[in-house]
Design a protein around this ligand. Structure first.
Ligand code: DWN
Length: 396
């Protein structure tokens, strides 16, 4: 039974940065109710209103993984680990985006799967075999016919974006060699609760995984966890290492039981924990609004830094518009001169000079706080302050 614990109101599509800020309309179905539930049986957290992937992931998907050093460094480190631990002859990435990970592999060793044609074009252009398709059984069979099986399948921040998890894992199992490895990484729901980062919920994040829910899910496909790594990326993620149950080549590490017992201790198996999270979110919203209003009453200038999908949830849920935040800065070419979804707040091309007369910066990309603080020493030195809602609304 799926029980609701969070209602973030009507939200626009998180990665649709429009050229004009015309008011979005509920009637025209441009706004979608964002409510979140917990399945008491499977322990899986999911959105109630699941938007078809074809609407969200099209030929103009703006997000590029290579836009932050944190992510490119993390992918480089991972590529070294994959080669050392698993030495794959053939490696497949589901959701290869702009190739931030696969650029660390040889061209004849990698298969990219990417549904957004603008991104698929990038890896194709660099000579990597790229399927511009959604991940499903048809595609899995098509790849199988050509390459037989694959040794390692990897997917970061993608499987949680696909509605039909049943088909996702069936298609993976279909293609994986008998002793093949699946590695997935996604934001951890435990970290989401600890950091009160409710902005991890937007229409693309159909599911937020916990080790508890992943373990249960895998069992249905004769797959199991054999290692878990904790990552700082995207506000706290888990990297799950998965094998077939009958594959004895890899021992199950105690990182798996450790993570699961931590989650159980934290109450991730009980609805009450989720209900409390929902209540804390309402308080966080009110406290954040108070901070913005107090600053604005002093006639100070606030801008946003990092036009993230996450920020869309915050702006629309907390009703923060252009009377509070003058503009956002971002480095992503496809977001520039467009508007934060659902608002009249413009996104400007990042340029340090744009921060000169700014008093406060709202950290849309709070998950890259360290990278941003390092870059913006001048702003901090001159008395500039940051606003964040993680782990609670405050000025830093
Ligand atoms: O799962 C998803 C994650 C991985 O990426 C997708 N569904 C969508 C996207 O979510 P997001 O937009 O919340 O991701 P990020 O990685 O937090 O976005 C960071 C944004 O900040 C990018 O637009 C780049 C920008 N940025 C910047 O302008 N200057 C980032 C850094 C570090 C910077 O210095």
């Amino acid at each position: 039974m799926i029980k609701k614990f969070l209602d973030l109101g009507y939200q626009p599509l998180a990665n649709k940065y429009l050229k004009s800020c015309k008011k979005l309309s509920i009637k025209k179905k441009e706004l979608y109710r964002l409510t979140v539930g917990f399945d008491t049986k499977t322990k899986l957290v999911s959105l109630f209103n699941k938007i078809p992937d074809r609407i969200m992931f099209d030929s103009n998907y703006p997000y590029k993984s290579s836009m932050s050093k944190t992510m490119t460094d993390s992918f480089k480190k991972l590529s070294v680990e994959i080669k050392k631990r698993f030495n794959p002859k053939l490696f497949l990435e589901i959701g290869s985006n702009d190739g931030a990970l696969i650029k660390n592999f040889n061209r004849n060793q990698v298969i990219c799967v990417e549904p957004c044609s603008n991104l698929a074009k990038i890896t194709k252009g660099k000579g990597y075999i790229t399927y511009n398709n959604y991940w499903d059984l048809n595609l899995s069979n098509k790849i199988k016919n050509k390459f037989n099986t694959v040794d390692v399948i990897y997917s970061a921040n993608t499987l949680t974006h696909i509605n039909d998890l049943n088909q996702v894992f069936k298609s993976i199992s279909n293609l994986l060699t008998q002793d093949g490895i699946l590695i997935i990484e996604d934001p951890s729901f435990l970290e989401c609760i600890k950091k009160l980062s409710y902005d991890q919920f937007y229409n693309e994040h159909i599911y937020i995984f916990s080790a508890l829910s992943v373990k249960k899910l895998l069992h249905e496909f004769d797959l199991e966890l054999f290692d878990i790594e904790k990552l700082d990326t995207h506000g706290g993620s888990l990297r799950y290492f998965i094998k077939r149950i009958n594959n004895n080549k890899f021992k199950i590490k105690n990182t798996v039981s450790k993570q699961i017992s931590t989650e159980l201790k934290f109450g991730l198996a009980n609805f009450l924990t989720y209900k409390k999270f929902g209540i804390s979110v309402k308080k966080s919203k009110n406290d954040l609004i108070k901070i913005f209003k107090k600053i604005k009453n002093k006639n100070k200038k606030i801008i946003g830094y990092g036009a993230t999908a996450k920020a869309t949830t915050i702006l629309n849920y907390c009703n923060i518009g252009d009377s509070i935040i003058d503009y956002f800065v971002d480095t992503t070419p496809d977001k520039i001169n467009r508007f934060m979804p659902g608002t009249k707040i413009k996104i400007k091309k990042y340029n340090q000079k744009l921060l000169d007369d700014v008093n406060y910066i709202y950290l849309g990309a709070w998950n890259f706080k360290d990278e941003i603080f390092k870059k913006e020493k001048k702003f901090i030195k001159s008395g500039g302050k940051f606003i964040t809602h993680v782990p609670f609304p405050k000025i830093i």
